[in-house]
Design a protein around this ligand. Structure first.
Ligand SMILES: Nc1nc2c(c(=O)[nH]1)N[C@H]1C(S)=C(S)[C@@H](COP(=O)(O)O)O[C@H]1N2
Ligand SMILES: [Mo]
Length: 251
């Protein structure tokens, strides 16, 4: 009896989920990243559809007080300024760092009317947002810092983002990359940070510019930014999916 009830409840939930999923899918098919068919990525679709369909798109990630700021652990990722870090090494980055990033300019390309390069000063003229947020790494640690940067929305608008734009890809000098959708790109807390805890962004935290996307896990926050490419098709420059890193990691 109990078993039967359980089963029918489960069936009801499943039917509910399926029809909700179908509804959301038909409504948001255009918004969903086309990762279907890839077994390793099937969980992504569910998380994405559930979060995008059921949660408020403008909800802000928790912001903290100055007294909550913690230290950041030293991560052992490759330093793009160090030839010993092999694949992560970038001669261009090493030269920029030797000159204290004076010649740095972020390239903004793709589905924008005015592709161009922005120095950090150019970006500062587009506005600033400061937020104290928690960074959560997939490896299990988290840390709180104050970030100041230009809202990504301001940069995309300045570059004349086209109506065909659907995703924004970020590339670091160390060849690391990630992409996000338009909802996260225009989220008010999504910023290109040049300042951490009131100081120029330190080298190991991604100088001179890094992405802060507070609605997702730490690995989406591309450091050592070199290039932003707006695309009309789903593009995932992220770590190989076989490593098990989801494209969408909403928190
Ligand atoms: N360019 C670049 N960005 C990156 C990474 C990287 O290896 N290269 N690692 C990511 C991961 S896994 C984490 S947890 C954070 C670490 O940021 P932190 O070094 O400021 O603590 O950066 C993210 N951004
Ligand atoms: Mo991480």
């Amino acid at each position: 009896m109990r078993k039967k009830r359980l089963i029918s409840r489960r069936q009801a939930i499943l039917t509910g989920l399926t029809s909700a999923g179908a509804l959301l899918l038909s409504g948001c098919l255009k918004k969903a990243p086309p990762t279907y068919g890839n077994i390793l990525r099937m969980g992504d679709d569910l998380t994405y559809i559930a979060q995008r369909g059921l949660l408020s798109q403008r909800a802000l990630a928790m912001e903290y007080q100055k007294s909550d700021i913690t230290s950041f652990p030293v991560t052992d990722i490759g330093d793009p300024a160090d030839p010993a870090s092999k694949n992560a090494y970038s001669k261009d980055y090493q030269q920029l760092q030797q000159n204290n990033y004076k010649d740095f300019a972020l390239s903004v390309e793709g589905c924008v009317a005015k592709p161009r390069k922005y120095s950090v000063d150019d970006l500062k003229k587009l506005g600033a947002r400061t937020q104290i947020t928690r960074h959560t790494c997939e490896e299990g640690w988290s840390a709180i810092a104050e970030w100041t940067g230009v809202p990504l929305s301001a940069v995309l608008r300045d570059a004349g983002i086209l109506q065909t734009a659907r995703f924004v890809c970020f590339y670091g000098f160390d060849k690391y990359g990630e992409s996000i959708d338009m909802l996260d790109a225009f989220h008010p807390q999504t910023i290109l940070a040049h300042t951490m805890n009131g100081e120029d962004l330190p080298a190991r935290n991604g100088a001179p510019l890094r992405l802060r996307v507070e609605t997702q896990l730490g690995y989406k926050n591309v450091k050592f930014l070199q290039r932003i490419v707006v695309t009309d098709k789903f593009t995932d420059p992220g770590p190989d999916i076989k490593s098990g890193w989801s494209w969408y990691t909403g928190i």
